[in-house]
Design a protein around this ligand. Structure first.
Ligand code: HEC
Length: 152
């Protein structure tokens, strides 16, 4: 094995540190997404899912029309059980519970209203409503089903 002079290693490390410093840290991109996502949520989602993502009262049971009401997005709901790719699809294409008595798309499709980056931003905001453990599990799941290329 060749030994690398220590000076070279130190030099490489400082170059790495400089390139890293030139880019904004990843957390700042995330903070921007959260801010944008919160505004999108308030404008498009809060009327059904609640100002704080609390869902409609009685969300666990079908209503008089036989439809499941908008669920909460926080720890008590199941939003966190879906990987990024699935959440993206639900918001882009809309959704209805297959056992609803109506055929109506109760969760509207936003693919014509929101750009891919905006859908990703609103999902990034929803993640702030989860517990650290839920975020960890969802991050694992999302490795198998990540955001589609248009939202990368
Ligand atoms: C007109 C009311 C309405 C609006 C507005 C609405 N939703 Fe929904 N959403 C629903 C309903 C109803 C469901 C549950 C559908 C079902 O399972 O039958 C749902 C389900 C979901 C789910 C799946 C949750 C889960 O636990 O599986 C996500 C994620 C979601 N909505 C996100 C959003 C986002 C983000 C917005 C805004 C861009 C939004 N919704 C706007 C009614 C709405």
């Amino acid at each position: 094995m060749h030994s690398i002079p220590l000076g070279v290693v130190a030099g490489l490390l400082s170059v790495a540190a400089l390139t890293h410093a030139a880019k904004p840290p990843p957390s700042s991109a995330n903070q921007q997404r959260i801010g944008a996502g919160r505004l999108i949520y308030q404008q498009y989602c809060a009327s059904c899912h609640g100002a704080k993502g609390e869902g409609k009262p009685g969300w666990q049971q079908r209503d008089a029309q036989g439809e499941l009401p908008p669920p909460p997005h926080g720890p008590e709901g199941h939003t966190w059980k879906h990987a990024d790719g699935m959440l993206y699809r639900i918001i882009r294409d809309g959704w209805r519970d297959p056992f609803n008595k109506t055929k109506r798309q109760t969760m509207p499709a936003y693919g014509q209203t929101l750009a891919p980056g905006e859908i990703r931003a609103v999902i990034t905001y929803l993640k702030t409503l989860w517990t650290p453990e839920q975020r960890r599990i969802q991050r694992e799941e999302s490795r198998r089903q990540p955001f589609p290329p248009e939202a990368q």
